[in-house]
Design a binder for this molecule. Sequence first.
Ligand code: SAH
Ligand code: SF4
Ligand code: F3S
Length: 545
Amino acid sequence: MLKYGVKRFDIINTCRLASTSTSIKNGPGLHHFIGEAQKTRQRKPKIFPLPNETNTYLNPEDFNGNGRTVKFLTYGCQMNVNDMEIVRSVLFQNGYIESSDEKTADIVLLMTCSIRESAEEKIWRKLNWLKSNSKHCTVGVLGCMAERIREGIIEKSKFVDLVAGPDAYRDLPRLLAATRFGQNAMNVQLSFEETYADIQPVRTDVATKSAYVSIMRGCDNMCTYCIVPFTRGKERSRPLESIIEEVKQLSAEGFKQIILLGQNVNSYRDTSQVTLLTSEKSSVAGFKTIYKPKSGGRTFATLLEKISDIDPEIRIRFTSPHPKDFPLPVINLIKERTNICNQLHLPAQSGDNQVLDAMGRGYTRELYLDLVEQIREIIPNVSLTSDFIAGFCGENDEAHQRTLDLIRQVGYFFCFVFPYSMREKTRAHRRLVDDVPEDIKQARSNELAAVFREVALKHNKRLIGTQQLVLVEGISKRSPDYMVGKADCGVKVIIPNVEIRSTVDNSFSKLQAGDYVAAKILSATSQTLAGNSIYRTTLASYHSV
Ligand code: SAH
Ligand code: SF4
Ligand code: F3S
């Protein structure tokens, strides 16, 4: 059954049509879309309706929301949070306004994740809930699940009106306008260039004084288990100047922490200015990539240095780097610069060489450990965090034990642990057997989590009695008597919400988000530190003494 662009007469309501300037009669009909879809029976359309079709019945003013309200719901990783900030920006510029209530909003947009089956199940549950609880709104599915399932979401849900993949957010005003004419709309075209470089994201969480800044999109690594290269397309780096401009703007607005985002941040290469070539290699000897190694352009080390120069009071973190792309200049820069945190997310995924090979990660356990050693030689107090997958194809108990052993040996501050979830289209789906039973995956995942907590508790206990520079993020959700913030190592720190002296001007005042405070650590759990604040300070002056 062909359903692309089929009109949803059931949801047309006359008020919506009355507000548009052109009659639906002038638009293409059901036969038109079926005809179009039949013509392309072999290759399913990635965009419907096409811009040249909507041009016949939409006027530019139809792209304006005219005050229609949108509830934004975000699932998945930090890149999705930042992508929703881009979507906000696109829609606010086109006359849409934000709603805080999904039951009464005119439009509900879900930014979705496909990384594991469970992530998608959560979104289907939410869609079913919306179907019964907010019957009259337009529903749009954006992000990775939109890109993976495409028109299947419209067909299966019989409720979703709009589907837009990660590179189609500029097209949202047109797609939303098409839905107002009772049509379903989809754009899942991936791009080789789109980085949304010129769009100033509308931040979701301004109060914490922390902002995500995407520096690249897509991924070329093709780890065999991973759906991301299929949902986010080819890797492309955002031009360096546009990133610098955004960070300068954030600095002017008083932001104190910037988290640079990308699926593989340290393979960043801005080749937009061909005259500025560098011979700097991105990979460490021994590590492998499945694609032709990148050369030329401005690298992650250059970008990081330039960002670090902008504002000595802004703390910089980044996620996720890939272990294979860690050249010395990046490690040295982290050591040198007080505003680049001594925290590195170094996703290992497994501690077993056969599993790592099957995953296509491009390194062995030994190479990974060499890298850890090299990093620790340069930055002895570095805090390392990681991702692990439990129960990947062919993982036996010995392999699992080796992963547990790696966690103990490296001594991570934090690990994200996931039971393996097979994803269609990936190399593992095509070539490997998902042979670890679900209950064993879950048990191994629990064990990995228990061991990392044990290790993290030891680390955190070692911090008792030390002084840490905490960047305050806000009032603790548990009690207004406490503030919460992060130490340089990335661990959450709870401190009393009291007046405190500033070393800058000797004034006493209560702490606020964005303040730096020197705190003495008094107790620790595996996830949190608690302490007393000693004095308020600045990042630069704290490190100058
Ligand atoms: N680009 C980042 C993160 C990508 S997704 C990186 O390479 O580090 C975040 C994490 O999800 C991955 O690191 C991996 O641990 C996990 N993951 C990805 N695909 C998965 C799958 N099919 N099943 C379970 N976990 C998966
Ligand atoms: Fe997925 Fe690997 Fe790319 Fe990370 S580096 S997004 S795990 S393919
Ligand atoms: Fe999920 Fe896509 Fe992020 S699959 S983890 S939302 S890149």
